[in-house]
Write a protein that binds this ligand. Structure first.
Ligand SMILES: Cc1ncc(C[n+]2csc(CCO)c2C)c(N)n1
Length: 220
């Protein structure tokens, strides 16, 4: 079994909770309240800006040309494609540039992005890319799970199609291969730290949707 297969199996209960989350169930059914989706896309814009930085730092530290290419491309795509998707949703869900500019990252969003930044600043390349992987892999799994059972027409179909696209599956497989390669050259301690980083980032993926579903704010 590859390292990625092992860590994927480790987070199986988390993945089950993600797939069963009402945010995704209602998104698939097309019944998710627009206010929850609006909250999600505004927070996701803030997330993507920071995620792109984490990818750029992973690119800078990648020991191989394949890693530098994949992560620098990912950093660019995170800004370009995802923001294009967001702009379209901003328009159709009534989010103005002003609303987006004035929004503040929620605890879930700031927790996730700060965690990635902390790994990039003070931990190994191996841990950083293990924490980067759930963003790809969890979204690919969610896209593939939702697409066949999504209601049609669905106000969220562009979002679903993005993450169920074969090209996105291919990008996920390439990042997975880079994580497997890093793990195969790493010692036991680093592999354990990679598994922890992967699990923590997967938890943050659940928290991100949960926070949007409840339209969370800071408690104080
Ligand atoms: C909270 C959150 N997690 C993951 C993604 C998905 N995603 C964001 S950037 C990227 C890779 C480069 O495009 C992927 C797959 C998201 N949008 N929001």
């Amino acid at each position: 079994m590859s390292f990625c297969d092992e860590i994927w199996q480790d987070v199986e209960p988390l993945r089950r909770s993600i797939l069963a989350h009402p945010f995704l169930a209602e998104l698939a059914a097309g019944t998710l309240p627009p206010e929850s989706f609006r909250h999600y896309i505004v927070q996701d814009s803030l997330y993507l800006a920071e995620y792109s930085r984490a990818l750029a730092l992973a690119a800078a530290r990648a020991p191989t040309a394949a890693g530098r290419l994949e992560f620098s491309d990912g950093a660019k795509v995170a800004v370009q494609v995802e923001e294009a998707l967001h702009q379209a949703f901003f328009a159709s869900f009534g989010v103005t540039a002003q609303m987006a500019a004035n929004s503040e990252a929620t605890p879930a969003c700031l927790g996730y992005t700060s965690y990635l930044s902390a790994l990039a600043a003070t931990r190994s390349y191996e841990e950083l890319i293990a924490a980067i992987l759930p963003c790809f892999w969890v979204y690919w799994e969610v896209g593939c799970a939702i697409k066949p059972r999504a209601a049609a027409p669905n106000p969220y179909s562009a979002w679903i199609d993005t993450y169920a696209a074969p090209s996105f599956g291919e990008a996920t497989a390439r990042v997975r291969a880079l994580v497997d390669e890093a793990a195969s050259n790493a010692g036991t301690g680093t592999r354990r730290a990679m598994a922890d980083a992967f699990r923590i980032a997967t938890r943050f993926e659940w928290m991100f949707w949960d926070s949007a579903y409840h339209r969370a704010t800071w408690p104080i």
